[in-house]
Structures are given as C-alpha cells and as structure tokens.
Design a protein around this ligand. Structure first.
Ligand code: SF4
Length: 318
C-alpha cells in the first residue's frame, strides 16, 4: 500500500506567559492512500492542532511531515499542495462566510485555483458538486444562516471537494450536528472516499463516531499518542487505561445489564512545561511511583498495536 502521508516526531509548542505549552509533543504516524486514520481524545489533547499542522495551516516547532515522499514541513502550502490537502471544519456556521451565497462559497476556490478550462464551465461544476453532496439546486442563492446545520456542513464538504483533493482533514465534522444528521454526513463522507479514493484524517472526541469511519485509530492524551492500532483491534483489545475509560463512556443503544463506566478522576496535568512522567498519572487508578517520574515510550505490545504505559502487560494480564 502507498503511504500518502508520514509524520515523524512532530511537535508544536506555543509560547504563553506562563511557559511553553506543549500542544503536540512528538507524534509519529503514517496514513495509507484511500484509508482513514481516526484521531480521538478529549478537548485540549492536541488533535485539532495536529490536523492543522499536517496540512500546513500552522508551522511545526520540530519534526517532519512527508507528503507523497516529499518533505513539506517547511514548504509554503499553496498551488498544487493546497489543492491536494483540504480541511472540513467542526463548526460549519463559523467556517462559512455569512455574506456569500452557497453558490459563491463553492465557486470561490474553483475560481481562485483556476479549476476550469474556460469560465463558462464554473456553474456546471458548482451544480455538480452541490448534487454530489446532496444539496438541492434551489439552495444555490441561499445564505448559510438560512440553512440547517446538516446543509451547512454539506456546503463545507462541497467547498473542500471543489479542488479535487487527495487528503482531507475532517476536524470534528459532525460534532455540532444532531445524531440523525451525523449519520447522513458520515455516510456521505464514506461514499465520497470510495468514489474519489480520498484519504482522511478524521478527528473526533467521540470514539463511537471514529469507530464507524476509521481503518486505524490513534488515541491522544495531552499532546502525546497513548495508543495506536487498527480499529477492530482497539475495540477488541483496549490496552491503555485512558482508552479504556474513553471506551466505557461510549453509549450503547441496547444495554442488557448496566455497563460499568470507568470514570476518570483527578486533575489534568498542565501541558505547560510538563515534567517527566506519564501525563495520565494523576488520573490513572494504576499509577505507581515510576509513572510520576519516567515518561513511558510508545511501544509495540502486540503486532501493529502500540501503547505508551509502563504497566500495560500487568494491567491487561498479557
Ligand atoms: Fe497509568 Fe502508569 Fe500506565 Fe500512565 S504509565 S497509564 S500512570 S499505569
């Protein structure tokens, strides 16, 4: 399989008045062409910053981003690279210009990047994109505030598709939508992936959503990857204490007996100038002294299954 994107030891630190905030702190992964990498974790774990880093919306502090075999870590993202790497944002309302109609929003990238042989083709391209994402032609002259959340997100998807991208970062694309609309948008994204051989990095705080769309899942906690493996493997053998807690919080529609929920208690470690040790230690029921002193490495515990925890074998009786 062809590796479309490879990220090596990527870091992003922000300067704050209290010190350096380690938003992304040495993350490595790769995504194969036509596949979906799910990135999951709670707010503030660095998943959205990671998404913005890989498509070069913000500069990395250190590390490498390799796209199609080329190091793009310091490349200015414009021209063909910008066309190939797109993003769908969480909040379709704030990411759409309220002064532009649906037609104008979708037409803008086509015009700016000259995605046509002659200008007369533009209206049919816009109509085609609207139809592909399930937006009726009658909405072409509507403004974002006149439409519901699902239709607004369809505009965001059409806008991302307008440039025929290969790689799309989907940053919490359904978390602002009602559950029934979420399913429609997820199905649309999966259909488009099949039609156009798209590669996705799908970011969400909701493990049940990520499970539905991903081939592989990466669980992040305070700027670090704590667990990474194929999607089925994560749900069959959840090994990290934090992933177990995330999984126990996923609601199930038919619960025969009361599900035991692993509540996470304790203070979240500050991401500003973090000290050595496991960042999950203050909230982990298995934490021992070593956990507070030595940072665990991400190690392959089973084939293709990586976990960062000193006591993973003991906790899971492996
Ligand atoms: Fe818990 Fe220690 Fe493992 Fe961190 S290293 S997850 S604190 S057992």
């Amino acid at each position: 399989m062809h590796k479309l994107l490879e990220v090596i030891d990527l870091k992003k630190y922000f300067v704050t008045k209290n010190g350096l905030l380690h938003a992304v702190d040495g993350v490595s992964f790769s995504v194969e062409e036509g596949k979906t990498l799910g990135v999951v974790g709670e707010s503030g774990c660095g998943k959205s910053t990671l998404g913005r880093l890989v498509i070069r919306l913000i500069d990395a502090t250190d590390g490498k981003i390799i796209y199609e075999g080329q190091d793009i870590t310091k490349t200015e993202c414009k021209g063909s690279l910008r066309r190939e790497m797109q993003i769908i944002f969480q909040d379709p309302f704030s990411s759409l210009n309220p002064r532009m109609s649906v037609y104008q929003i979708i037409e803008e990238p086509i015009r700016i990047h000259k995605m046509y042989k002659n200008k007369a083709e533009i209206p049919s391209k816009v109509n085609e994109l609207m139809a592909r994402v399930g937006l009726a032609a009658k909405y072409a002259d509507s403004y974002p505030h006149e439409l519901d959340g699902g239709r607004r997100q369809r505009i965001g998807i059409a806008r991302a598709l307008a440039l025929n991208p290969k790689f799309i970062v989907c940053d919490e694309p359904v978390s602002a939508l009602d559950v029934s609309i979420q399913a429609q948008i997820l199905n649309l994204l999966m259909d488009l992936q099949e039609d156009r051989k798209l590669t996705y990095m799908f970011i969400s705080h909701d493990l049940s959503v990520v499970k539905h769309v991903s081939d592989e899942i990466m669980v992040m906690y305070l700027g670090l990857v704590v667990e990474k493996c194929k999607t089925d493997e994560l749900f069959e053998h959840t090994l990290h204490p934090y992933s177990k807690a995330l999984l126990s919080a996923v609601p199930e529609p038919k619960v025969k007996k009361k599900k035991e929920m692993k509540l996470i208690q304790g203070e979240i470690t500050s991401p500003i100038d973090p000290k050595p040790g496991c960042r999950f230690a203050p909230r982990c029921t298995y934490a021992r002294q070593t956990c507070h002193q030595v940072t665990p490495e991400l190690k392959e515990i089973m084939p293709g299954h990586f976990v960062s925890c000193h006591f993973v074998n003991e906790i899971n009786s492996i």
